[in-house]
Design a protein around this ligand. Sequence first.
Ligand code: ATP
Ligand code: MG
Length: 252
Amino acid sequence: MMLEVQQVCVDFDAFRAVNDVSLTISSGELLGIAGTNGAGKSTLFAAIAGQQATSTGRIMFQGQDVTSQPVYARARLGLARTFQTPREFARLTVLENLLAAAPNKRYESIFSCWFARNASKRHEQELIQHADEILEFVRLSVVRNQHAGGLSGGQKKLLELARVLMLKPSLIMLDEPFAGVNPVLIGAIVAVLEKLNKQGIALVIVEHHLQALKSFVQRLVVMDQGQILADGDPHLVLEDSRVQAAYMGGVV
Ligand SMILES: Nc1ncnc2c1ncn2[C@@H]1O[C@H](COP(=O)(O)OP(=O)(O)OP(=O)(O)O)[C@@H](O)[C@H]1O
Ligand SMILES: [Mg+2]
């Protein structure tokens, strides 16, 4: 198992947002997570990635207990996430946004720059090349030198994904990658995600857009009121009576 979430609870004062969630994800898997508004999906992501402390339970990643590890330590192990609301640096260019996301910016201190100017230059060129490859991959090369603040909603979603790819992750959790994105661009994002998955990167995708999700994930989890209602084959999960009840029969 790549990721094991064991009986995790997250409390905000007296309110339990994630309630006894257990979930396992294996290497290279493509998992969807759906659920009503406020079901606890984003909070679960934050607990797994380390932005949010858990109240109880344990999170194992690549065989290591990361429950108390900070975000950067989990990222270094290959665990990355995108945010529901894109968090781009609006005044930086698209390329600069990727460079800012890169780990191990070894030559930033004034002394190391002074003593290792050539190595620093080489390292910077490698980062730019890696960033350009990613921009090509997510089809954002045309806006490489534009300010990120001026991108469309869909382009900002792609930029979120591009930024986490700079971390060379083995597991990416995507929080609503299709929200507010036009149908043509949804197809493009799905194609990018499928390509990443074929390269062996495990993907966990939170999405309300069930049609888009069900057509390409191998497994679907549905959450409601902090708990997992169903977990398994997408078509069977959507027929589950508890899932139907949570969506008030509105599942397509
Ligand atoms: N920092 C916080 N402080 C207090 N309550 C919070 C906090 N973050 C989330 N919550 C509450 O926890 C519950 C779960 O929120 P969460 O954002 O995880 O839901 P979600 O499933 O991602 O919903 P959506 O589909 O609307 O994005 C909600 O009731 C929310 O109000
Ligand atoms: Mg959310």
